[in-house]
Design a protein around this ligand. Structure first.
Ligand code: CTP
Ligand code: MG
Length: 168
């Protein structure tokens, strides 16, 4: 029987995954995680969009946020440990999606809406489910909607400010 996650714990998980995923994109150059290797289809394993530096940034920022919020909000110890896994699930999901995109023949950075915006949240939810924890379905739907809206807004703002070269 799956255990429901409390609202507080779920929110920390969501924020920590968002931070992990978002902070990874602050890295514009780095060593590719796939070391330039190609798969049997002749295409890159992950592509230049997934770097060691990006992964490290995402994990460090995501884990710090999870630890900070869990302490601040006094979640039970079991939940604190659970929130620390969120950045791991988020970056794993992001990498899995890049792997899938490369297999589908999509170039690095090619948009795949709305999957690009939601892959990490779906990966995070799936990761917890695999461990036997579930989010309230209503909360999951709200989270997906908010994530999508936030992602679109920040990307458009970053594009207008000239931080990103594409509005997605
Ligand atoms: N990034 C990184 N390392 C990661 C994740 C992201 O360096 N682990 C940086 C890269 O510069 C990447 C940018 O953040 O180009 C945007 O991230 P994302 O949209 O996830 O990558 P894409 O470039 O779109 O590549 P893909 O098509 O593989 O998703
Ligand atoms: Mg992208």
């Amino acid at each position: 029987m799956a255990k429901p996650l409390s609202l507080t714990t779920s929110l920390i998980i969501v924020v920590a995954s968002m931070v992990a995923n978002g902070s990874a994109t602050l890295v514009s150059k780095g060593r590719p995680l796939d070391a330039g290797l190609t798969f049997i289809d002749g295409r890159r394993l992950l592509g230049d969009g997934k770097t060691v530096e990006g992964l490290a940034t995402g994990l460090v920022f995501g884990t710090s946020v999870a630890l900070f919020m869990s302490t601040l909000l006094h979640v039970p110890f079991e939940d604190l440990i659970l929130t620390l896994l969120a950045p791991l699930f988020a970056v794993a999901g992001d990498m899995a999606m890049s792997f899938a995109k490369r297999r589908a023949g999509l170039e690095r950075g090619s948009p795949l809406k709305p999957v690009d915006q939601l892959d990490f949240i779906i990966a995070t939810a799936t990761g917890y489910l695999a461990l036997g924890y579930i989010w309230d379905p209503a909360l999951l739907i709200i989270v997906i909607a908010v994530t999508y809206a936030l992602h679109r807004t920040t990307n458009i703002v970053a594009y207008r400010l000239g931080i990103k070269d594409r509005p997605w």
